[in-house]
Ligand binder design. Structure first.
Ligand SMILES: [Mn+2]
Length: 340
């Protein structure tokens, strides 16, 4: 652990104390770390006597996070529906770049407004006036817990459950490598303050739409194996989507790719969905992110590709068979050891 949080904690608190109207936002497709951080920080700021405005941002409030306490504090507004000149501080949480504030427009911060970025993504472009970026931490929620302690702000049960579920989700249920003994210790302390987190987690994990199950079935019905079964694709052609009057749902490919990754020996897997004619969305996963960094594949083919070492995605604007060939070629070139 570094002492960056300790170093910046008082500077951030001073900036907050100088401010009166403070803005918070959720990132597009907000996850529990985004929503949990915003709600817990809202509570902390209110305890400090500040006037807080929290907006949901580009996407609607997620249906699987309805149990979060005080969620009504998050207003159904995006960045274009507010006037930044009204605020003296924008506290930007869990957002690695301005595109995580909005994708609807270019962002320009008024000179009169302060900006503080608090985040745990190592890709963070440090675009605030103050930047607390701590990539060794599992989540923004874990950073906030540390900050609140340093600020001597009481973490009440509502704040605790928000931060707990934020940490739980960003560590994949305490399973990802960035979940350290320190993370578990933080979770322990939060769970002691509010032990009633089971229903939030149940709702978080069990909220599939019928279409997601139906499309998962379709995807698993069409599995293709390559490179001595070490590379595996599941493929849904546009005809199937059209025939069943399905529409693309964003979480779908990820869901299927996670299932494929569950097989020992299937080292690199991808779910391909031709959601529109000649537009194939791809989700990539690997069992061993140190050997097969799938974000390299996502960045090298298609458009808007990116992600993490173990989980990444891209969009290939080609007919399905061609997209498959493009992807397979990129995999073979990037990881020639898979072809052996
Ligand atoms: Mn996060």
């Amino acid at each position: 652990m570094t002492d960056q949080i300790k170093e910046l904690a008082s500077k951030i608190l001073e900036t907050i104390q100088k401010s009166n109207k403070i803005l918070l936002h959720c990132h597009p497709y907000p996850d529990p770390d985004s929503v949990g951080s915003v709600l817990a920080m809202s509570s902390a700021l209110k305890k400090l006597g500040k006037n807080v405005t929290a907006i949901v941002g580009d996407t609607e409030y997620p249906q699987n996070l309805l149990e979060f306490p005080n969620r009504e504090w998050i207003q159904p507004k995006n960045y274009t529906q507010i006037d930044l000149n009204e605020f003296d501080l924008f506290l930007i949480l869990d957002s690695s770049s301005p595109s995580q504030i909005t994708q609807f427009t270019e962002i320009t911060f008024p000179k009169s407004m302060n900006t503080i970025v608090i985040d745990h993504h190592d890709t963070n472009s440090r675009f605030g006036k103050i930047n607390l970026v701590e990539p060794t931490y599992s989540s923004t929620s874990q950073i906030l817990h540390k900050l609140f302690r340093l600020w001597h702000i009481e973490i009440d049960p509502d704040m605790a459950i928000c931060l707990f579920v934020g940490i739980f989700a960003d560590t994949g249920g305490f399973k990802y490598p960035k979940c350290t003994p320190e993370t578990l210790h933080t979770a322990y302390k939060l769970a002691k303050i509010n032990p009633n987190y089971h229903k939030l987690i149940f709702n978080l994990e069990n909220n599939k739409k019928p279409i997601e199950i139906e499309m998962t079935g379709l995807a698993l019905f069409s599995i293709e194996k390559y490179f001595s079964d070490r590379v595996v694709f599941s493929v849904i052609p546009y005809e199937e989507i059209q025939k069943r009057k399905l529409s693309k749902s964003d979480a779908m490919e990820g869901l299927v790719a996670n299932l494929l990754r569950a097989v020992i020996g299937w080292d690199l897997v991808a779910s391909l969905v031709e959601a529109e004619p000649d537009v194939v969305t791809v989700s990539l996963r690997t069992r061993d992110e140190n050997k097969f960094d799938v974000s390299k594949i996502a960045k090298s083919v298609g458009e808007k590709g990116g992600g993490h070492k173990g989980a990444a995605g891209t969009t290939i604007k080609e007919p399905l068979n061609k997209a498959k060939a493009t992807l397979l070629k990129a995999i073979g070139q990037t990881f020639p050891e898979l072809r052996k």
